[in-house]
Write a protein that binds this ligand. Structure first.
Ligand code: FDA
Ligand code: NAD
Length: 444
């Protein structure tokens, strides 16, 4: 069968949901029958961050439809009915297996062809597998990854069967940290194994990492740093019972959670579109090297105006939402000015965040230059129940390049964001920051 649409969104994750809403809202909006979304997931677009937070809570866990897009940005909740009401076709459980950008045709695994006039690629990223590092057993019944709702469903079931038991978490990045917190909340003992000196070392300074490591340790998490899992002990049914480290140590495991990084899903377009930074290269309008094709979210590498047009690819939800909106704006306006051609880059302030236990941090900008720490880094300081508040400001050439803030209020986070956006100048920065902390953002 062959179908044709004016607009096709390939991928059904965060960016897809935000792009669909924007297409409907923009100007006269898309007409019924003009737009389809093709996703190999079985459900309509949802807020993926909920999978490692609300979905895994031991009580009052979040379930669909409550976290479909676009609730994460405090916007409309797009249930399946919303797509029907707007004449948007949702091809769910449908995998695209090849793309012909010259003829503007996508081929699905069921043999259907879908023609487009304009294509928005929103294929996101996938979890790296242990097999890519020479370790087998990813398919064991008690080895969990966390990228999709299906993964979260599996992990939740495995956790339920491991109450009071031991989990080995492989990886000390976002998934490792967020899943370790969820496991502790579900009363499972956690050993976290990763090859680096500190957790989250792509973003955290050693001092910041130490705070979280001490905080987690106080919750019973054991950190096994500068170590690698090289194999598993298994039962005859393949179920893992222990993780074996390179130095021969054996860690008991009733379950394993793997978070060892992600790779952008670009393969359909390899050799067909320009690539950069492990993703599909776009201009500041999110337009690829083919004028009819846009790319958004985790898969898009775009020039960031704030960083002098430097090309970056972010694997974070705010970026997925904003690049989706940017692409739709560009598609609908099709203006030709220099700004609109996207030559200067997209006016985007990089923003990441995480919430674990009672903690909550935000980061804005770029972690380049010298980090200067401020605030109180002691885990148990202050009156019982007091939230820690501390951070770091990366200073480059006397200007604020990026700021990390744990425990900030909404107003403080907003002030930090605007200090980074305006590239505030710091005078005698080290002394000033260390003594005045957040005052540099004119909060006090
Ligand atoms: P996303 O991965 O959301 O969607 C891609 C979609 O394309 C999927 O539906 C996929 O199945 C589909 N697809 C891919 N190839 C296809 C094909 N060939 N055919 C059909 N469909 C195809 N970020 C943050 O800033 N704060 C946070 O707290 C979190 N928390 C978090 C938790 C967890 C568990 C994960 C996995 C990730 C986060 N993130 C996050 C990251 C954030 O979720 C991520 O950046 C966005 O989901 C990216 O949105 P995209 O739409 O680009 O990809
Ligand atoms: P990551 O890149 O954040 O962390 C990977 C971790 O695995 C690092 O600690 C790294 O040192 C370690 N590692 C790498 N190879 C290893 C190996 N062979 N053995 C053991 N450890 C190894 O990736 P992730 O945590 O898997 O996250 C996957 C994706 O999900 C990323 O795109 C991330 O941005 C996204 N995510 C984001 C958030 C957030 O923004 N709050 C939350 C969850 C997931």
């Amino acid at each position: 069968m062959s179908r044709a649409f004016a607009y096709v969104i390939l991928g059904g994750g965060v960016a897809a949901g935000y792009a669909a809403l924007e297409l409907v809202r923009h100007g006269d909006g898309v007409s019924p029958g003009e737009l389809c979304i093709i996703s190999d997931e079985a459900v309509a677009p949802y807020e993926r961050p909920a999978l490692s937070k609300g979905y895994l809570l031991p009580r009052g866990a979040a379930r669909l439809p409550a976290f479909h897009t676009c609730v994460g940005a405090n916007d409309e909740l797009l249930r399946v009915q919303w797509y029907t009401d707007h004449g948007i076709e949702l091809f769910l459980g449908t995998r695209v297996v090849s793309a012909d950008v010259r003829r503007k045709i996508l081929l699905t695994a069921n043999g259907e062809t879908i023609n487009y006039k304009t294509l928005i690629i929103a294929t996101g990223a996938r979890a790296l597998k242990l097999e890519e590092f020479g370790v087998s057993r990813s398919d064991a019944a008690n080895v969990c990854y966390l990228r999709s709702l299906e993964d979260a469903h599996k992990m939740e079931g495995v956790m339920r069967s491991c109450h009071g038991g031991n989990a080995v978490v492989i990886g000390g990045g976002y998934i490792g940290m967020e899943c370790a917190a969820a496991l502790v909340a579900n009363e499972i003992k956690v050993a976290m194994v990763f090859p680096r000196k500190h957790c989250m070392d792509r973003l955290f300074t050693p001092k910041i990492a130490e705070f979280y490591e001490n905080y987690y340790a106080a919750k019973g998490v054991t950190f096994i740093k500068e170590a690698r899992v090289t194999s598993f002990e298994t039962l005859s049914d393949g179920k893992v019972t222990a993780a074996i480290l390179r130095d021969g140590r054996s860690l008991p495991a009733d379950m394993v959670v793997v978070g060892i990084g992600a790779r952008a899903n670009t393969e359909l377009f390899d050799g067909k579109l320009a690539m950069e930074k492990g993703g599909i290269k776009v201009n500041g309008r999110m337009q690829t090297s083919d004028a009819a094709v846009y790319a958004v979210g985790d898969v898009a590498a775009f020039p960031v105006a704030l960083l002098g047009g430097d090309v970056r690819r972010y694997e974070h939800v705010d970026c997925a939402r904003r690049t989706a909106r940017r692409a739709v704006e560009a598609i609908m306006e099709r203006s030709d000015g220099a700004e609109e051609r996207g030559e200067k880059g997209f006016d985007y302030l990089p923003f990441f965040y995480s919430r674990v236990f009672a903690l909550s941090w935000q980061f804005y900008g770029d972690n380049v230059g010298e980090p200067v720490h401020f605030g109180d880094f002691s885990v148990s300081s202050g009156p019982a129940g007091a939230r820690p508040k501390f951070g770091a400001c990366w200073v480059s050439g006397g200007l604020v390049a990026g700021v990390f803030l744990e425990g900030g209020s909404r107003e403080e986070n907003e002030a930090v964001a605007s200090a980074v956006r305006s590239r505030a100048r710091i005078g005698d920065m080290a002394a000033e920051l260390e003594s005045r902390g957040l005052a540099f953002a004119e909060l006090e």
